[in-house]
Design a protein. Structure first.
Length: 235
């Protein structure tokens, strides 16, 4: 029962970590890219209608591209695990003594006596599936991925991109002047980037304030450069 609970807790922890990582990836680009695009268009056109249409098109394209990237990453992870799993089964079948020595080396590294090492190896190698699972985890450092990971990742990243992208674009829905829309958009987006950067840095163990400032500056620079280039071209 305790083992089952521990396994369940571990799975929930891993899934939560994957979801947070997906949200960070999607929100990071979702906040920055549409913000820079809207800022650039604000420097070239007055019509907020055009900015909204272009912004929504970019959000649609960006969310699909980011979601597809997440899907391919998850698919690659699953394919890699299955390939290594097949190879490990072959080695256990064809080279059992060599594989047993590797199991014994692991237990020796834990400081077990020779007698306990032999007992542990004998017990571990009775069940081929458990033996292979052990080798995958402790020899190769691979945990079994969620078979639905690719689809979940695609959805999480794509949805996070859409949410992030609508934040800088939202003021343009209610204003007719592009520059006024940009001012409000910049205020809202920079605050959101600071908050997002703070929690992202806290999650990854980086100084939260420093990380928040860096994320905010990157977003501001991207939008500022896009606006300046658009102004120069529009002259």
């Amino acid at each position: 029962m305790e083992t089952q609970l521990a396994h369940s807790h571990n799975e929930e922890h891993m899934q939560s970590s994957d979801i947070l990582r997906d949200i960070v990836i999607g929100m990071s680009d979702g906040l920055t890219v549409p913000f820079a695009l809207a800022a650039g268009l604000s420097g070239a056109v007055q019509s907020t209608g055009l900015i909204v249409i272009a912004g929504l098109a970019e959000i649609a394209a960006g969310s699909i591209a980011m979601g597809l990237g997440g899907y391919l990453a998850g698919k690659t992870e699953n394919d890699h695990y299955n390939s290594e799993l097949k190879r490990e089964y072959d080695e256990v079948e064809k080279l059992p003594e060599k594989e047993k020595e590797e199991v014994k080396e692991f237990f020796a590294g834990l400081g077990l006596t020779e007698e306990l090492q032999n007992q542990a190896v004998e017990e571990m190698t009775k069940d081929k599936d458990k033996w292979v699972e052990f080798m995958m985890k402790y020899e190769l450092g691979l945990d079994k991925p969620d078979p639905k990971r690719a689809r979940k990742s695609a959805f999480n990243i794509g949805a996070s991109y859409i949410v992030g992208g609508l934040i800088p674009l939202s003021p343009y829905f209610f204003l007719k002047d592009g520059i006024e829309g940009l001012k409000i958009s910049a205020g809202i987006t920079l605050v959101c980037l600071f908050i997002f950067g703070y929690f992202k840095s806290k999650m990854t163990g980086v100084n939260p304030i420093g990380g928040a400032i860096r994320v905010t500056i990157i977003g501001a620079l991207a939008a500022g450069c896009a606006f300046a280039v658009a102004k120069l071209i529009a002259r």
